[in-house]
Ligand binder design. Sequence first.
Ligand code: ZN
Length: 95
Amino acid sequence: MEVESAECECCELREDCTRGYILGVKADFGGRWLCGLCSEAVRDEAAKLGRKRGGGGGMEEALRDHMSFCAKCRKNPAFRVADGMRQMLLRRRSK
Ligand SMILES: [Zn+2]
């Protein structure tokens, strides 16, 4: 299996993944590769947006929201991205 290094478009985390996995993630997110944490957060948000509208979709919007969230985290060195995301996911799950 061919393994490549992919960089998350949101938090810039690098992961070594198989080519098939990278292509699968890119297909889900309009050609962008997201790490496990980010893709989970975006899928979660997109599902919520889809439910709110009573239909599918919401992926682009969820992706935009999450990317601006990650950009904010990167600008603030006191705020660690991984921690912030974990808290965000926990908060969402507890709702
Ligand atoms: Zn990420």
